[in-house]
Design a protein around this ligand. Sequence first.
Ligand code: SAT
Ligand code: MN
Length: 586
Amino acid sequence: MNAELDAWISEIVALCQPQNVHIVDGSEEEANTLIQKLIASKTFTPLQRPGSYLARSNPDDVARVEERTFICSERQEDAGPTNNWRAPKEMRNHLIELFQGCMQGRTMYVVPYCMGPLTSPWAKVAVEITDSPYVVVNMRLMAHVGKAALEKLGASSFVRCLHSVGQPLRAGAKDVSWPCNPQQTTIAHFPETGEVMSFGSGYGGNALLNKKCFALRLASCMARQDGWLAEHMLIIGVTNPEGEKKYFAAAFPSACGKTNLAMLTSKLSGWKVECVGDDIAWMHWGEDGRLYAINPEAGFFGVAPGTSMASNPVAMKTIERNTIFTNVALTDDGNVWWEGIGVGKGIEEPQHLISWKGVDWTPASSEKAAHPNSRFTVSISECPILDPSCRAPHGVPISGIIFGGRRSTTIPLVRQAKSWQQGVFFGASMTSETTAAAKGEVGKVRHDPFAMLPFCGYNMGDYFAHWLAQEKPGRHMPAIFYVNWFLKDSETGAFLWPGYSENMRVLRWMFDRIDTRVGAEDSPFGYLPCVKDIARDGKESEATLHKLLSIDKAAWHKEATELQEYFKRFGNALPDILQSLASPGQ
Ligand code: SAT
Ligand code: MN
């Protein structure tokens, strides 16, 4: 059907020398066969919940590895100062050596997939070749795979995503349940030729190349070229008691609560949140001058720990069936468990579990039962609060854009930008404490502009300019907000803001600000809410709200000075307006 695909398959067969080739058709029967194979290889343990399985990874392959992720543009300045760069030729040669014979003894799966609703003009078809059946069954939940994607592709060109766990199975050798090759793990992107090559890891964004590699790193480059936006953002519809609806897109770094906000259960009477997506937004300008977002994904790959009936009852419902759990703990009655799962339901901590490492665990154990980056993979159609326009081909109109990070100090609960430029500055100035979603130290404050630090496929300075350039006559620019749910009391260390469903109060303020139905305090840092507007039906004291909504000038000054330093690394690529907005006087 597609000569380019045929030729590529032959080329990869010759390079990787798999035992078999399987073109994925996306059928139920195929999925069942793959699941049986994964059970036989002990990759999957069937769970006591319908259609659900537990996988345990190799303990050295548990998260994205940013230091081994590369942007291989011809010119180093096109990758910019925030990406690891290698010359394409050099990286390709290195990878060809690694991929040589790497699928021996394994089946090579060819997975055509479509990102975005099949009927959407913004949807894009790509192909992943992988030797991991675990990747195939996960991708099946996260994207439209198989025949439908191939049909949409027709004879067109496509992005080539090549993946191997990097552990050939030599004749007679016994396989392990999670093959991988952490010493050689390399995830390389070639934006100029539309390719991804990933070797050595079977986990999450390192291996499901449709997600961060294609839908963010490569798509951000395509978006820059064609005047749209590919962003690390959830998408929600918010309806007020009068039945008016507005859509928001919100960028937060990995493991900072995007899935919880995307599925928020409102406790404010008459207010409702519906879910379009929890991780990625592709946004295009409509003929009416509004910004429209589609969710390129068809499923969730959410963080398990902390998810409970108290924090995210909708997610708990979503994962009741047909879910793949990776690196959570196993209960004695064949179900899943993770730290925080029982909150709000009064479930006691079990006296015995099998931990994510596959060993006995008791409350006396010093290690966590579930890995902090353990995940659930589930189709979006399992979500009980799916927005009715979730699969609208042209997307949903975005009225508000929210940026947010995880900061225990300095950044107030919420602010609104006074202009598009200030809003872009909000995004560019984002900082957040690191989480277990990426390998490395946890809890360290770092710059994470637009929550795209690990996902922008080109020079971040040019990316800022691309955002500024979105403002044009005739366009209705969304309002922009910056939130921080994670402020802590400097004396007790306790969170000042309850978060989760209480974030509805902040969403309400933002919703009403868009039509200026609620006031705000004007400040150089943006519009800040008046305490009374957030306090309505709240539980916290006035003093706490003042702490949440005020700006500590000394801390801010320090932050701004540091930000100016940070911005210097972008050199000439940094738009002047951002450097001037970063001045401590602002
Ligand atoms: O990149 S992953 O998909 O593994 C998870 C994340 O960081 O959001
Ligand atoms: Mn993410």
